[in-house]
Design a protein around this ligand. Structure first.
Ligand code: ADP
Ligand code: MG
Length: 957
């Protein structure tokens, strides 16, 4: 009968939850029934048995109560939401069950993984006054709570990508937007969960937020009443509450992201630069993998946060750099600090466990020990040269007295080696609680009576071979050897005969036994209550624990940066705002790890960079940071990087981006010296080939990325273009690249590095005043490709001029839909129509004017160049040029920096220039129909191309 009730109870609980799977406690097991049993049996290899109820038979599978966690984890990792119903006893002693938790990816607390596990809510506020997309991210395992506002879907996705949430709750409008939901799924890898729409309602959400964080929170963070971000925050809180994770008390702080403090890094750029995730291969090949020498998981999490959210505020960067510098130069103190940190546990996680009531005594001991690390680290700082750095302030930030008090409390309360279960006593030290002490005294007394019983009995009754023991079935008993068993006194009652002995009990012994059991039960209950009280009191100090955890994490992250800087010979960058990017003998931070890297120089100045400076370079070299950049008249704002395949162009570009990014997280950089002007964003578009794997039309993606850059980048940004227009026919590609170059140069005016195999674009440098050509030189010998060696390259590099492009031939497969796709992808209209114009001229063998002056595209000076089919390159049409030059007089003063035309009319084939072999390989590659070509032939073709590229093909040159 009872068993029928159980299946019924299960099915009725199941119908009341929207979880995918239910598991229900039945005594010492968690059971799955019916479909759920089939499901877990299939997913987790659990054995299935049959349970009959109501004359039908139900599949059933179960796991022991203590073993549920790994099954929960496995199910959640496979994307199921699992409801857990626990067993309770009512007053009359009957059992009933209730769902206490619904475990979802974002609320799975039982994780060993050091990474954050964010649940994100996404609210489209377009019907609100503010019209933005609101984001809230809560990490149930650490209590981190963040809110942000994004301008649009792309922006929201870059923000999400950087936090890598495991679960996303789309708000009411978002969930109806199929395209957005698909992108959420694909671009973040998160599970998308639909949560009740009411929770996103402005009024309810605001209440939730105020309940959790206080009523001043919403106004104080300037998010606007009931704006999209607040709605998202309220929904996440409601979700965490509803899943029963019980960690809300550990969410003590509401952090907002002010975009102004942070660098704009879209998701594409985060991926392209391989900040935390490799495009392929091994996680060690990422920037984070390279610089992460942290010794604690919170330190690792913080460093990851820094890498994905570089900053723009120089004061914060200076503070971090000061710390890194101090730590980098004081090796012994640094090692001491790191040794102290090494034993630390994850305080944020522990605080969340305390709040959810899942912390055991070992967890509280871990808190005790980790709290003890703070004073040790503080001592290591104050006893050394580090004391003069801002590290002193970092370790002084938490309330050290409160931390010491909590530590003391835990130290005097808890036994040193407590049991794993918290219900059986043995958790506390003497003196922690009077009532407990009294119980223990009674217990000791009773135990002593039992311990000495054997001796007393044998003495009083003259018995040999007497022992007193206890086991589960018999309880306490007196065991007497066979030979003496006949002589036991009257009041002994025999309970068992063994081979060589008999077991007896007496009334007195049984009474003592009852007393001991009663005491043990009372002790277990009392200790459990005391433990819960202690745990609650720890949970109440979640904020303190988070402060201490954060301070230790920060020291860990800074020490990690210092460790890498010292080991890899990095230097402190001069961070200037605004200012140019100037790198002397720079290296790629990741590539240099595994390669004999040839250092190279770079100089690129923004429009705003160094404006009005005039102060000499190196002024204020003492603190290493100049308020104003050195004058940058000499620095071009736009570098066209050319060079054959595999010569290091892509590496050079990424290196520039990574050095900028490193400086903007407060790290040293791989260079002999570096000046880094703060940028507001880094935008990249890298290699169409890499996108192939994603199965999207590569050219469409390329154009979407270009479009995003042209729309988003500003004068203060760094733009990295690694090939543009490559995914389409040559003429289209050149036209688009041409128009984009002009637009970036004239309108956007960002610091730009553009690597291109369209060597003809180098002609632009002759006419656009801020554009300079650099090329990647190639060693003739066996040595590695060289990106220019140590000589500064730039403006007048003689090796950089126009060479020919043999593969451009009239009538080449030219489908010329490229410009149209650019238009579809949202590339700004002026660029599209300009590309059309250039294309027309190219086709018609006509003269193309180079647009570019500070004033705009049409009003300024123009030059004309003509594409020369015979030579395969552009030549300046002298007559037209001369005519156009007359308008030059109206040019802005800054145009005085105009460069002469190096090598006008001349050609150099050495080193620079597009590799004709590469171009012909590419042409073949473009024409190849992958679907129609058998794999074996593909292999053969690839081998052929490789041979060509390695110069083994007679057609190669
Ligand atoms: P490209 O973009 O010109 O085709 P890559 O930047 O992809 O060339 O570089 C080609 C190879 O050369 C890569 O394996 C890279 O690691 C290596 N490389 C690039 N620059 C350097 C350098 N300065 N020193 C040593 N190796 C380099
Ligand atoms: Mg490349």
């Amino acid at each position: 009968m009872a068993s029928q009730g159980i299946v019924e109870e299960f099915l009725s609980l199941k119908s009341g939850t929207d979880a995918d799977v239910l598991t229900m406690q039945c005594g010492d097991f968690y059971e799955f029934f019916a479909d759920d049993a089939e499901l877990v049996a299939a997913e987790l290899d659990l054995k299935i048995s049959q349970k009959s109820a109501h004359g039908s038979s139900y599949p059933m599978a179960g796991v022991p109560v203590d073993d549920l966690t790994p099954y929960l984890k496995a199910l959640v990792e496979r994307g199921y939401r699992v409801a857990v119903a626990d067993q309770f006893e009512d007053e009359s002693g009957d059992h009933y069950r209730e769902i206490t938790r619904v475990v979802t990816p974002g609320t799975l607390l039982e994780t060993d993984d050091a990474d954050a596990r964010y649940t994100a809510a996404v609210v489209d506020g377009s019907t609100d006054a503010d019209g933005d997309i609101g984001l809230a991210l809560a990490d149930a395992t650490t209590g981190q709570f963040l809110v942000a506002t994004a301008a649009d879907a792309d922006d929201a996705l870059s923000e999400l990508y950087r936090f890598g949430p495991v679960e996303i709750l789309p708000g009411p409008a978002v969930r109806d937007d199929d395209a957005f939901v698909r992108r959420l799924r694909e671009e973040t890898d998160a599970t998308v969960s639909l949560f009740e729409a009411d929770a996103f309602a402005p009024g309810r959400a605001t209440h939730r937020v105020e309940d959790q964080f206080g009523s001043e929170t919403v106004p104080s963070v300037g998010l606007g009443d009931a704006g999209a971000a607040v709605r998202a925050a309220g929904a996440v809180l409601a979700y965490v509450a509803e899943t029963g994770a019980g960690v809300l008390p550990s969410m003590t702080r509401f952090r907002t992201f002010e975009a102004d403090d942070h660098l704009d890094l879209d998701a594409t750029t985060q991926r392209n630069l391989e900040l935390v995730e490799p495009m392929q291969g091994d996680a060690g090949d990422t920037l984070l993998g390279t610089i992460d020498h942290t010794v604690t998981s919170p330190g690792g999490r913080l460093l990851r946060e820094w890498v994905t959210r570089p900053r723009r505020d120089r004061s914060e960067l200076t503070r971090r750099l000061d710390c890194v510098e101090a730590l980098a130069s004081a090796a012994l103190a640094r090692e001491r600090v790191r040794e102290c940190l090494d034993g630390g546990y994850d305080l944020e996680r522990l605080a969340a466990r305390a709040a959810s009531g899942s912390a055991d005594a070992a967890d509280l001991l871990a808190i005790r020990d980790t709290l003890g690390i703070l004073p040790a680290v503080a001592d290591a700082v104050s006893d050394s040269r580090l004391s003069e750095s801002p590290l002193s302030a970092v370790v002084a930030r938490p309330d050290r007295e409160a931390a010491a008090r909590l530590r003391e409390e835990l130290e005097t309360a808890l036994a040193d080696d407590p049991p794993k279960t918290v219900t059986q006593g043995g958790l506390f030290q003497d003196g922690h609680d009077d009532e407990l002490d009294e119980l223990l005294a009674h217990h000791r007394e009773a135990s002593e009576w039992i311990d000495t019983l054997a001796e007393r009995e044998s003495r009083t009754h003259g018995l040999n071979h007497v022992t007193v023991d206890r086991n589960k079935t018999d309880g306490y008993y007196i065991q007497v050897g066979k030979s003496a068993a006949d002589g036991v006194p009257e009041h002994y009652r025999e309970i068992k005969t063994l081979k060589n002995s008999k077991r007896f009990v007496t009334d007195e012994l049984q009474e003592r036994e009852r007393e001991i059991l009663r005491l043990e039960e009372a002790r277990g209950e009392l200790e459990y209550d005391l433990f819960c009280a202690l745990r609650d009191c720890v949970a109440d100090r979640a904020e303190l624990l988070q402060d201490v955890g954060r301070a230790l994490a920060e020291v860990d992250a800074l020490a990690s940066l210092a460790t890498h800087a010292a080991g890899a010979d990095w230097v402190r960058p001069d961070v200037v705002d605004p200012g140019p990017l100037r790198i002397e003998a720079g290296r790629h931070p990741v590539v240099e790890q595994t390669t004999e890297f040839v250092p190279n120089d770079l100089r690129v100045g923004g429009v705003g960079a160094g404006a009005g400076a005039g102060a000499g370079a190196g002024a204020g070299a003492g603190d290493g940071i100049d308020a104003e950049g050195p004058p940058d008249d000499a620095d071009p704002g736009f570098l066209l990087v050319t060079g054959p395949n595999m010569s290091g162009k892509s590496t050079y570009l990424r290196q520039a981006a990574l050095i900028t990014l490193l400086a903007q997280i407060g790290s040293f950089v791989p260079a002999r010296s570096a000046t880094v002007g703060v940028v507001d964003g880094i935008y990249t578009r890298v290699g169409a080939l890499d996108e192939l794997a994603q199965g999207r039309s590569t050219f469409m993606v390329e154009m979407q990325e270009l479009s995003n850059i042209l729309h988003s980048a500003t004068e203060e940004s760094l733009v990295i273009l690694d090939e543009v227009g490559r995914g389409t026919a040559t003429y289209d590609g050149i036209s688009i690249a041409w128009a984009a170059t002009e637009y970036l140069h004239n309108e956007v005016r960002a610091k730009t590095l553009f690597a291109t195999h369209y060597h003809e674009l180098t002609a632009l440098a002759d006419h656009l005043d801020r554009v300079a050509n650099v090329h990647v030189a190639v060693d003739d010998g066996q040595g590695p490709s060289s990106a220019g060696g140590a000589s500064p390259r730039g403006v007048d590099d003689p090796g950089s001029d126009v060479t020919f492009l043999r593969t451009i031939e009239p009538g080449a497969a030219d489908r010329s839909y490229g410009v149209h796709v650019a238009d579809l992808a949202g590339v700004p209209a002026p660029v599209v129509s300009r590309a059309d114009g250039v294309l027309e001229r190219l086709r018609g063998d006509g003269a193309i004017d180079v647009r570019g002056s500070r004033g705009g595209t049409d009003t300024g000076d123009t030059h004309q160049v003509v594409f020369d089919l015979d030579a395969g390159g552009f030549r300046t049409d002298a007559s037209v040029d001369a005519g156009a030059a007359s308008t030059d007089a109206s040019g802005a003063p800054a145009d005085n920096g105009r460069r002469p035309h190096p090598n006008a009319g001349g050609e150099r084939h050495t080193g620079g220039g597009v590799d004709p072999a590469a171009e012909s390989v590419l042409a073949e590659l473009r024409g190849l129909d992958v679907d129609e070509t058998p794999p074996v032939e593909l292999l053969a073709r690839v081998a052929e191309w490789q041979a060509k590229l390695n110069g083994k093909d007679p057609d190669g040159e």
